[in-house]
Write a protein of this length. Structure first.
Length: 739
């Protein structure tokens, strides 16, 4: 064993997930040191104990066994340390002034008498306190990261935990490690349970059982469920915790008394709701009924005005479209549903122009940025995301927990609108619906537009289907496919798929193709040639606009494998492209990426060609896609430009929120439209490979669909009506309130 001291001259490599670092240490000699260094920075002075080894490529190294950050011992070393940028607020000029003033006593002054820093020109009392706080926080963070390593917690999660609890971190974990699963984004029950076991917690403890039940309910919510059958919940919890069912039943009673869960009967079966979701459904039912008021209408005048708009716009409305326009005027709530080519856009445009002539304030919104952009393009009116419409803002805490957020528009500050039109309603989950309805006052017309045959929302609930199933609201279904749309085989085949009819795969179409293969490697080769070489020219679009949509994440033609292949082909390594590895994935400048969870606190800005900020806000959401513009190792940040020119700076510790997006799951494509889509179909579980999934994938394409793989799988999916059951009860709640 050897002991060396020196400065961290350069960090050559750092894995943010596990803290593994390769660094150059400059002391009496320069030497390479490798090991787990959480929170280490260039410029820091450290003492390392380790074993000397010889790497076959990189030569002599020290394999670190133990290390500590020590304060520099001479004035030159102190100045060098402060000037490294390791302490926020201190750069070279300021570091020089501080050391000239306080010499070897510098660190004692910063820690014990920070107010004396204000004696230096350019340092205010406030800045002096900030410098002292930065020094203290850095020490606490490093200690926290090291202490959490013994529980198997990675540095990236250790930072999140520290940011959440601060100096109370160790006390929180000692008292109840299961809080981590509830309160820290990315730490699930299994990780918290592993920590608890290492700390000696009893496997039969009441605390563990409660956490296990809530975890199973959370997982059910992640699959789109509002509630879960009692017997299924008990069985899954018992399988997870390996405990008897009586303990689980006892904890369920306690959770019910604590109002953490709500137990109800549905069709002679006991079901369990997480309390927040139950009350959200209840509130949505009440608010929908309250909004659904009759409006006074002059029928003759309405008919005349609709005819006038149709003549002026040179459009012809069929009976269903006219009915949709009339219902939107007559009722507080109207639902308009229909597949591709059935005239939803024409109908909405007529409704907008009708209300606009009356001088009413009209607001358009959609669940995603892409859907809102498409809505703007098809209507000629500004549309925005529902989140932005509701004026989202991050929470006020110090943590980066993405569940901590608020909306500026709510019951106390409702939207100032006479008419609100929401598109892509199949994507809206219970959380967004609840927040939206809270911000709408009675007397405002709410028009909900969507395709009921699309996949349901990623989040909990089945809002559009439940509203229609309730029978309490006027629903207009557009079914006629108009002549211009009927010329597209994409539109025609989408309707055939939805009706359960087989489609032609003879490649005689101009916009719908089938490339047959039963070999996964050949399929992958076909996909990369299509995406990089063939389709961009065919549809006159950039490579990044061609989207691969696949049913699954795993497997040879799943998201993960295809992304690795496509990244290597479309954006290969190059000397001028910086890279960063995170959670087993290499991110490279120029890569297409997707945000994979809602982060309500993430700040973004939009800049013009001169770099001047023209817009800013908060919130990047599940499914948002962008391009990596810069990877800055020194700042520890990745810059991504999302749709609509939104620029976001990700810390390295936040890279678990993004993944490569050359290929994405069909579920993640909801609300988006692409010039061309490539759909690999080879095999998969029966419940997943259904008609609904194929229909959704096909309807994402604007100009070209190419299916690659097995024609037999296409046939099987069209014939498979089965869908995974989604437990939701908004229709039931509406029915109860209407009695």
């Amino acid at each position: 064993m050897v002991e060396v001291k020196g400065y961290v001259e350069k960090i050559k490599f750092k894995n943010i997930e596990n803290g593994y670092t390769i660094l150059e240490l400059s002391g009496d000699d320069e030497i390479t040191v490798v090991g787990i260094f959480p929170g280490i920075n260039e410029g820091e002075y450290i003492r390392v104990t380790g074993e000397e080894t010889v790497h076959p490529v990189y030569g002599e190294q020290i394999q670190m066994k133990q290390y500590e950050v020590v304060m520099p011992e001479d004035e030159q070393a102190i100045e060098r340390y402060l000037a490294s940028g390791v302490i926020k607020g201190i750069r070279e000029a300021t570091a020089k002034k501080i050391v000239e003033k306080f010499g070897k006593d510098t660190f004692r002054v910063i820690e014990q008498e920070p107010e004396r820093l204000a004696q230096i020109k350019g340092i205010s009392e406030n800045k002096a306190r900030q410098i002292a706080l930065a020094v203290e926080e850095k020490r606490e963070l490093r200690n926290a990261t090291i202490s959490l390593q013994k529980y198997g917690i990675s540095p990236s999660f250790a930072i999140k935990i520290y940011n959440k609890y601060g100096s109370m971190m160790n006390e929180v974990i000692r008292n109840n490690p299961y809080r981590l699963a509830e309160e820290i984004q990315g730490i699930g029950f299994l990780t918290a349970d592993e920590i608890a076991v290492k700390m000696g917690f009893d496997l039969n403890s009441n605390m563990r059982t409660r956490a296990g039940i809530l975890y199973v309910l959370t997982m059910a919510g992640g699959e789109g469920n509002i509630y879960y059958p009692m017997e299924e919940l008990i069985r899954k919890t018992a399988d997870l915790l390996l405990i008897d069912t009586e303990s689980i039943k006892k904890c369920l009673e306690e959770l019910s008394l604590d109002r953490k869960i709500i137990v109800r009967d549905i069709e002679d079966e006991q079901v369990v709701y997480p309390a927040p979701l139950y009350y959200m459904e209840l509130n949505c039912a009440k608010m929908l009924i309250d909004l659904n008021v009759d409006m006074e209408v002059d029928e003759v005048l309405l008919e005349r005005r609709v005819a006038s708009i149709a003549q002026r716009e040179e459009i012809e409305l069929d009976i269903q479209q006219k009915n949709a326009v009339s219902e939107a005027v007559r009722r507080g709530i109207t639902v308009i549903t229909g597949g591709p080519g059935t005239g939803k856009t024409t109908t909405i445009n007529t409704i907008i122009r009708l209300f606009d002539e009356e001088g009413l304030n009209i607001v358009l919104a959609a669940p995603t940025g892409r859907a809102a952009k498409r809505m703007s393009e098809t209507t000629g009116y500004d549309a925005q995301t529902i989140h932005r419409l509701l004026e989202i803002s991050g929470g006020m805490g110090r943590d980066d927990d993405s569940t901590s957020f608020m909306f500026g528009r709510n019951e106390s500050n409702p939207l100032e609108a006479d008419v609100i039109i929401i598109d892509e309603m199949s994507m809206v989950d219970i959380y967004i619906m609840d927040s939206l309805l809270k911000a709408i006052t009675v007397g405002t017309r709410l028009i909900l537009v969507g395709d009921v045959n699309q996949l349901p929302s990623v989040g909990p609930g089945n809002i559009l289907k439940d509203i229609i199933a309730s029978g309490a609201f006027n629903v207009v279904s557009l079914v006629k496919v108009f002549r211009q749309a009927a010329m597209s085989d994409i539109v025609q085949n989408a309707h055939r798929i939805n009706e359960g009819n087989l489609i032609k795969l003879d490649n005689k179409s101009k916009d719908f193709f089938m490339m047959q293969s039963l070999d996964s490697r050949e399929i992958a080769t076909m996909i990369r040639i299509l995406v990089k070489d063939k389709l961009p020219k065919y549809v006159d679009a950039p490579v990044h606009d061609i989207q691969v949509l696949t049913p699954m994440k795993k497997g040879d033609v799943g998201v993960e494998n295809l992304n690795r292949i496509l990244q290597e082909y479309i954006n290969p390594p190059a000397k001028n492209k910086r890279e960063k590895e995170a959670h087993g994935c290499v991110f490279r400048e120029g890569d297409k990426v997707m945000q994979i969870r809602n982060n309500y606190q993430m700040e973004w800005d939009v800049r013009n060609s001169f770099g001047i900020i023209t817009d800013r806000g908060t919130g990047i959401f599940n499914g948002d896609c962008g391009i990596i513009k810069e990877i800055n190792e020194f700042a520890g940040e990745v810059t991504i430009e999302f749709d609509e020119g939104k620029i976001v700076e990700y810390k390295f510790s936040q890279l678990d929120e993004i993944e490569l997006a050359y290929a994405i799951t069909i579920h993640k494509s909801q609300g988006s439209e692409y010039p061309a889509v490539v759909i690999p179909l080879l095999s998969g579980p029966k419940l997943l490979m259904n008609r609904n999934l194929l229909y959704t994938a096909v309807t994402r394409a604007k100009s070209c669909v190419t299916i690659v793989g097995s024609p037999r799988m296409v046939e099987l999916m069209i014939g498979n009506e089965s869908e995974t059951r989604r437990y939701s009860s908004l229709a039931l709640r509406i029915d109860e309130m209407n009695r």
